[in-house]
Write a protein that binds this ligand. Structure first.
Ligand code: ATP
Ligand code: MG
Length: 387
């Protein structure tokens, strides 16, 4: 029996949006997420995307991969039946036998998108429900809280029968809402911030500040591993590795110790913004959360953002560490994030960082640096790695 994957993308989020644009972005991302060497068809009709592999054995893997595509609300393995009620009864019993044999109660829900089909939705449900009830002596009908709901959809070309759905990633298709540059460290928070931004349809690229030899190859690999996990949600992620040592050493040499962190962060912002502008990104994204560390006070972020001319998004701003960790675990970045490699920030962390920096004092200290040259040189030394 022919099988395929029915993908629903929730019509609510289509409201007020340019629908064909949204749908095309979704189909493009679905195609990009298919297993390597996929052969089969992908088509879209009536708020559903149909993915039909030539080999039904790859359906589970395909569904798993598609659970990471934003914009999808649910996915299900469905069996394709001819639009004939007798065939549908037989087909449903045969296709769903493994499930129906192992439960006690069920109900059938039918949807008739093709209004020319001779039976109404309640009639279809009754016919098929009756047949399944007769075919499986273990089954009783329970319309209120059945163990499984058998879904029957009669659409333009075929009828489809299925049981159960897998929840999709939700959100909006990546690429449907512009592009942003993520400041990606090796920590727990920034990958989560990137995930949350991508979820709203924003395509990402990333910058990582790398302080060789204070941070080594392993730290770099760790960031690239994180980027690879993120790239399952936002494909083709360009990671811009920015050589940051010069800037850090200059700050350390010329600026007061308690200001190191804030000045460093202002330099990061300037460099990240150069990358963003060059790559068509319209905003910056960081993993900051109010009060988590000294540089994440409201005052510090205010002083940091004075050098940014584009919006700085901080999707985890109001979250507790625990909440961020929960998401990190769900998206698969946590285990990598907690690997114990040095980050450039931890190396130059002052003992008593200024938690309430004053803009004029910070600007005065920066006068001792050739900020423009530090930024230009660092950006000129960028290595781009696409994961
Ligand atoms: P994270 O867990 O994301 O590393 P954190 O709690 O350790 O965050 P900080 O180290 O103060 O906080 O960094 C705050 C934010 O600045 C990070 O979330 C990230 O967006 C950015 N950032 C910090 N270090 C780097 C780096 N080496 N490269 C790129 N971005 C960085
Ligand atoms: Mg960090």
């Amino acid at each position: 029996m022919k099988q395929l994957i029915l993908i629903k993308y929730g019509e609510i989020i289509l409201k007020g949006l340019n629908r064909p644009f949204f749908e095309e972005a979704l189909v493009k991302n679905i195609k990009a997420a298919l297993p390597e060497g996929f052969s089969g068809t992908v088509r879209r009709s009536q708020a559903t995307v149909y993915v039909e592999p030539d080999d039904p054995d790859i359906i589970d893997e395909t569904i798993y991969r598609l659970t990471k595509v934003f914009g999808i609300t649910s996915l299900t393995r469905a069996y394709v039946l001819p639009k004939d009620i007798e065939e549908m009864k037989k087909g449903a019993a045969e296709a769903l036998a493994p499930i129906l044999q192992s439960i006690r109660s069920f109900k059938v829900e039918a949807k008739r998108a093709d209004k020319k089909f001779p039976l109404t939705s309640p009639q279809i449900a009754r016919e098929i429900g009756g047949h399944l009830h007769d075919s499986f002596s273990n089954l009783t009908v329970d319309v209120l809280s059945p163990e499984e709901t058998v879904m029957v959809e009669v659409r333009e070309q075929n009828a489809y029968v299925y049981c159960g759905r897998v929840k999709g990633a939700g959100g909006m298709p990546v690429g449907s809402n512009s592009k942003a540059t993520l400041l990606l460290s090796g920590g727990i928070d920034s990958p989560v911030a990137g995930y949350m931004t991508a979820k709203r349809g924003v395509k990402l690229n990333a910058v990582h500040f790398f302080s060789y030899p204070y941070t080594g190859e392993r730290a770099r690999d760790k960031v690239l591993t994180l980027a690879k996990i993120l790239a399952e949600y936002t494909p083709r992620l360009d990671v811009h590795i920015v050589p940051f040592t010069e800037a850090q050493l200059a700050i350390k040499q010329h600026c007061p110790e308690e200001q190191l962190t804030i000045i460093m962060r202002r330099l990061m912002m300037r460099m990240a913004e150069r990358v963003a502008r060059k790559t068509g990104a319209k905003a910056l994204v960081t993993g900051e959360s109010i009060g988590q560390v000294a540089s994440q006070t409201v005052e510090a972020m205010a002083v940091t953002d004075r050098v940014a001319t584009m919006p700085v998004f901080r999707p985890v701003i109001g979250m507790d560490k625990e909440e961020i960790v929960t998401i990190a675990r769900n998206i698969g970045t946590f285990e990598t994030s907690i690997l114990p490699y040095e980050d450039c920030c931890t190396i130059f962390t002052p003992k008593h960082p200024n938690t309430k920096p004053k803009l004029d004092k910070i600007e005065a200290s920066e006068q001792r640096l050739d900020v423009e040259k530090l930024v230009t040189d660092a950006v000129a030394g960028i290595e781009v790695i696409t994961v």
